[in-house]
Ligand binder design. Structure first.
Ligand SMILES: NC(=O)c1ccc[n+]([C@@H]2O[C@H](COP(=O)([O-])OP(=O)(O)OC[C@H]3O[C@@H](n4cnc5c(N)ncnc54)[C@H](O)[C@@H]3O)[C@@H](O)[C@H]2O)c1
Length: 417
């Protein structure tokens, strides 16, 4: 514990983790009293796995009817959300559902989260981007992630792409956190290596970024009595440390061998523990800059985070030296020279990213030098994340990070290694 902490910890209502745990869901839904649901997924799951049919039949046997929407897609847009709202409401024929279930990666989970708020009224999702009022209560939500992962099953936000200006927008409220997050590691066994790598590095980034983020005592809650994110605390750091340890042990292993059940399971725990950290602590520069990079390149969430991560860590070498040494220790870096340990850690993380097939420079993502100023402006515009970056001049730091990530060169600190 830390005397100065102001903990505002928001986990999902129920967290169920276990191999084969999906079989428990129909009975739980019955016990919770829900009878008419919507299952949001994509065609991979409806056509290539038995999971959708198995769930729908088992639920029906208990008196729960389910409408399946399998039109989910990677990085869902506000347009997809609005068309899904209309299609599902047509299928429901005037009946209101009493719960929504998501099966899939972060994309299907986010689409389903947004549908929890649009389905009751049929209103377009952009009306909820500025925040929910007490009158906008979302439908109860059950999330079953199939990647490890975004951790969206434990966070308050749904991230959608606004096709009008190619930026990501968020519908965010603690009431959007799932009532049930059900993590069945078997769901992840079918992930191909690129999805495993992208999702796994996302989990690792969540863990480390929230471990180093602004302290809860310094976090500006803007007067919000129920903030979604409110800075790191001893509680969130507990989950972050364990998530980092699991990623250090299992991320590369699960990428190299997708049939390694211990590694798959380890990454499922890593993902949800990372979410229990960042889902209350929040994030900062890696995600702040990665959103801008994703807008410019349309590369995946995990890849755009990964490319920024080592350069952001280097920038934190002074402000978060002790915590970086904790992480270096987890990575087995033994030197007693503090600066040397942090340098070796940044290099080890860059090597890890390379070893799972993800680029480590902005150049490799097709960004040119002339685009750096507009990327900087877009990144600075995400003030929620900028304000949580624990350095004295965050704007200057973002500028240095972008240049180094473009060149692929370490800054003076790392170059001294
Ligand atoms: N709301 C949040 O808190 C939050 C946090 C992080 C990321 N996100 C969002 O999550 C999205 C990325 O999610 P993701 O990395 O899980 O990938 P994803 O959901 O976009 O899925 C990528 C591809 O992998 C496939 N796939 C997923 N699980 C699979 C499985 N078990 N077997 C085979 N194929 C599978 C999907 O069908 C899809 O084609 C982004 O849109 C990002 O913005 C949200």
């Amino acid at each position: 514990m830390r005397v100065e902490d102001l903990v505002h910890f928001c986990p999902p209502g129920r967290l169920i983790i276990g191999t084969g745990a999906r079989a428990q869901l129909p009975a739980l839904i019955e016990r919770l009293g829900y009878r008419r649901g919507v299952l949001v997924t994509d065609r991979f799951f409806s056509q290539k796995t038995p999971w959708v049919d198995e769930y729908v039949s088992a639920a029906r046997a208990l008196g729960i009817e389910t409408v399946v929407f399998d039109g989910g897609a990677p990085d869902p847009t506000t347009t997809l959300c609005d068309s899904a709202t209309a299609a599902i409401r047509r299928t429901l024929g005037g009946h209101e559902p009493d719960h929504v279930v998501a099966l899939g990666g972060g994309s299907n989970i986010d689409l389903a989260k947004a549908l929890c708020i649009t389905l009751p009224s049929g209103r377009p999702v952009h009306e909820f981007v500025k925040g929910l009022t007490a009158a906008n209560r979302p439908l109860p939500f059950i999330a079953m992630p199939t990647t490890a992962g975004t951790g969206s099953e434990a966070t308050p936000g749904a991230i959608l792409i606004d096709p009008e200006n190619a930026t990501k927008v968020a519908v965010m409220d603690n009431s959007l956190r799932p009532q049930v997050a059900l993590i069945d590691p078997e769901f992840t066994y079918t992930c191909p290596p690129s999805v495993t790598a992208d999702a796994g590095i996302d989990a690792f980034t969540h863990a480390i970024e929230s471990y180093l983020t602004l302290d809860s005592a310094k976090f500006d809650r803007g007067g919000d009595a129920d903030p979604g994110y409110s800075g790191r605390s001893s509680l969130t750091m507990l989950f972050a440390r364990e998530a980092i340890r699991l990623c250090a042990r299992y991320l590369k292993r699960t990428y190299d061998n997708g049939t390694d059940i211990e590694a798959r399971t380890g990454m499922c725990y890593a993902s949800v523990y990372a979410a229990l950290s960042y889902g209350s602590a929040g994030l900062n520069a890696v995600h702040g800059i990665a959103y801008a990079v994703a807008g410019a390149t349309h590369r995946s969430h995990g890849t755009t985070n990964a490319v920024m991560l080592p350069y952001v860590l280097e920038e934190l070498a002074a402000a978060r030296c002790d915590e970086l040494l904790d992480v270096a220790n987890i990575f087995g870096i033994a030197t007693t020279d503090r600066n040397q340990a942090v340098r070796e850690l940044c290099k080890a993380i860059r090597s890890l990213i390379e070893s799972i097939g993800i680029p480590t420079t902005l150049k490799e993502l097709g960004i040119d030098q002339a685009s750096l100023p507009s990327l900087l402006n877009d990144a600075l515009a995400v003030t929620r994340l900028l304000k949580a970056f624990p350095v004295t001049d965050a704007k200057a730091a973002y500028e240095r990070i972008l240049q180094r990530a473009y060149d692929g060169e370490p800054g003076e600190f790392l170059a001294a290694a």
